[in-house]
Design a protein around this ligand. Structure first.
Ligand code: LIP
Length: 295
């Protein structure tokens, strides 16, 4: 296979992201809802499916030798290989999309050797475009201005969890072990130190893993922790995060070698020091009650 031109792939993904954004904004929110997947909190719309069809057609026409994994066409057993692969969520934050809550996006990742090397995330409601190429940094473009990430040129050191703004999501699984782990961790993160908690500044649930990751890449959230999301939710944001000096590890204690398909993630913003300590503090909060989402 010829050498990959990541810049050209990045440029193509941006064109496709803008086209997807126009499709999302042309859909009328009150008529969007078309159905549920595994339960009443796991939504899908006609627009998710139409955007994915457009995206896969465009990307595979340009690169017929590459693989494609998309949320709406994924089937159990489909696995990421070492080959060049587009990993796409046509609408991340579908629940927000249905409610016209302004935090939804297209997430376009590109992985080689199972590692994210290009990421493009576009929120059409706010017209915010996040981009990254391995080794070339990451950026946000809004109101026609392109800024390098993180937004602060000299991010502060990370002190401890009590100084952090945390992104964490409920997800759509509302029963069993994983829901119990999440509710326990949320309570421990929020609780006062006198009561044995971490007393973080606060916890946000913006409703899109991809947008959580770019918030951490930007330095606007210090941490993002989630179990249950999928490769298409994190591939693009992972590239953007790392290019902004952030790190990604596993969402369960001890997992320093997170994988794209691992389904349990912990992202920490760029900082001159303190990243490892925040990871260990988060894992201590999780303790023995591990999440058991299957890869
Ligand atoms: C969603 C995520 C969200 C997570 C949900 C789901 P969707 O993706 O981004 O953060 O909590 O479990 O995976 O369904 O909107 O594409």
């Amino acid at each position: 296979m010829a050498e990959l031109n990541l810049q050209e792939i990045h440029d193509l993904l941006i064109t496709v992201a803008h086209e997807a954004g126009r499709m999302m904004m042309a859909a009328t929110p009150s008529y969007l809802f078309s159905g549920t997947k595994k339960n009443s909190a796991d939504l899908v719309t006609d627009t998710d499916q139409a955007v994915e069809k457009m995206v896969s057609t465009r990307l595979l026409t340009a690169h017929p030798d590459f693989k494609f994994i998309g949320e709406e066409t994924y089937h159990p057993g489909q696995q990421l290989t070492e080959g060049p692969t587009f990993i796409v969520d046509p609408i991340d934050g579908t629940t927000n999309f249905v409610h016209a809550f302004p935090a939804f996006c297209i997430s376009l990742g590109f992985a080689v050797n199972k590692s994210p090397v290009v990421g493009v995330i576009y929120n059409p409601f706010l017209d915010e475009l996040y981009t990254g190429i391995k080794g070339k940094g990451s950026f946000v473009t809004r109101n026609g201005t392109k800024l390098r990430l993180p937004l602060k040129q000299e991010p502060e050191p990370l002190k401890d969890l009590s100084t952090c703004l945390i992104g964490a999501e409920w997800g759509s699984d509302r029963t069993g072990n994983n829901f119990a782990v999440k509710t326990k961790v949320f309570a421990k993160l929020a609780a006062s130190r006198d009561d044995g908690g971490a007393m973080v500044h606060s916890i946000r649930a913006v409703g899109s893993a991809a947008l959580n990751l770019v918030l951490v890449a930007s330095g606007q959230q210090d941490v993002f922790w989630e179990g249950g999301c999928w490769a298409w939710d994190v591939c693009a944001g992972w590239c953007i995060l790392v290019e902004a000096g952030g790190i990604m590890v596993g969402g369960n204690p001890g997992d320093w070698e997170a994988t794209i398909e691992g389904r349990k993630y912990l992202a920490i913003r760029g900082a001159p020091n303190g990243q490892k300590e925040i990871v260990e503090e988060m894992w201590a909060v999780i303790g023995d009650g591990k999440m058991d989402y299957e890869s």
